[in-house]
Design a protein around this ligand. Structure first.
Ligand SMILES: Nc1ncnc2c1ncn2[C@@H]1O[C@H](COP(=O)(O)OP(=O)(O)O)[C@@H](O)[C@H]1O
Ligand SMILES: CC(=O)N[C@@H](CCC(=O)OP(=O)(O)O)C(=O)O
Length: 260
């Protein structure tokens, strides 16, 4: 039976994905993995908002989303970035179908914090049949992080959190964050090859892990399970598989000793 890998491609890297990254996807498919991609696009949304002279602000790492901001976010995520990624995958000989989380009831959400964030969603359910249908037929689903409420309103969703919700719902055996750094770096900017949840918490407290890395590691911790034994953070500028092994940082459950 095929295993499933969910990759989250950050907006920081989506324009710079390397040839070896696409070769790694082919290797996964040749090894019978079902592959799906959830993408971001934060920097492109910010640039488009600036060009349109619409103010943009973040609250606790998430974009405050007014109706004007949502219109631009949807245009950039479901239009520009989703098509760019789907086209490049097709160009590399990988069968991909682009869709938004609001298509086919894929992602349902509630308002995360309407007062502070406006039209931002927290995913409450994932209609996995939409992506299974595509993967079972040999396609890579490429998902833009938008969702619908039960009242049929569209909401903007942080892409790391959308990817984690999807990875959990499809019971992915592997979950990989593809970003613009080689993985989690320590205080000396050296790559950490393997890390446990308690070591991550220490690095957050000591402010070695900051900014956009925080939602990634938090999403990773929420996804680790008996089924998904490791979550990987790797660079899209390199191969994500070398000599049959995943590159980057592996976040593993570890052998945490309970003191309670
Ligand atoms: N300890 C760390 N190791 C690596 N990157 C870190 C760390 N702490 C913060 N970061 C930042 O996290 C960024 C990746 O997050 P982000 O910019 O949100 O990427 P993406 O668009 O891929 O989601 C890196 O470019 C880096 O600046
Ligand atoms: C609510 C919220 O913050 N949504 C994000 C969606 C895109 C995203 O998360 O893109 P990256 O992965 O490139 O950061 C935003 O508007 O920027």
């Amino acid at each position: 039976m095929s295993k499933t890998v969910v990759l989250k491609c950050g907006g920081s890297t989506v324009h710079q994905l390397s040839e070896s990254f696409f070769q790694s996807l082919k290797a996964l498919i040749n090894n019978n993995w079902n592959v799906m991609i959830v993408h971001g696009g934060g920097p492109d949304i910010t640039n488009m908002l600036k060009a349109l002279k619409i103010e943009t602000e973040f609250f606790k790492g998430q974009r405050k989303t007014t109706e004007d901001v949502l219109e631009v976010a949807e245009m950039v995520l479901a239009g520009k970035i989703n098509k760019l990624l789907t086209n490049v995958l097709q160009d590399k000989g990988l069968d991909a179908i682009g869709l938004s989380g609001s298509d086919g009831g894929l992602l349902k959400a509630n308002y995360l914090d309407k007062e502070h964030l406006g039209l931002v969603g927290e995913v409450t359910s994932v209609q996995t049949s939409v992506v299974s249908l595509l993967m079972d037929n040999g396609y890579i689903p490429v998902v833009a992080p938008l969702a619908r409420t039960v009242e049929n309103e569209t909401l903007n969703v942080n892409a790391d959190l959308a990817a984690a919700a999807i990875a959990n719902a499809v019971s992915a055996e592997k979950f990989i964050f593809v970003t613009d750094v080689p993985g989690i770096l320590d205080g000396n900017k050296q790559l950490i090859e393997e890390i446990t949840p308690s070591e991550i918490n220490t690095l957050i407290e000591s402010e070695v892990i900051t900014g956009g890395m925080i939602p990634k590691v938090q999403s990773a911790l929420a996804t680790l399970s008996d089924n998904c034994q490791e979550v990987i953070i790797a660079s899209g500028q390199k191969a994500i598989i070398e000599d049959g092994h995943f590159t980057g940082t592996k976040i593993v459950k570890g052998m945490e000793v309970s003191t309670s």
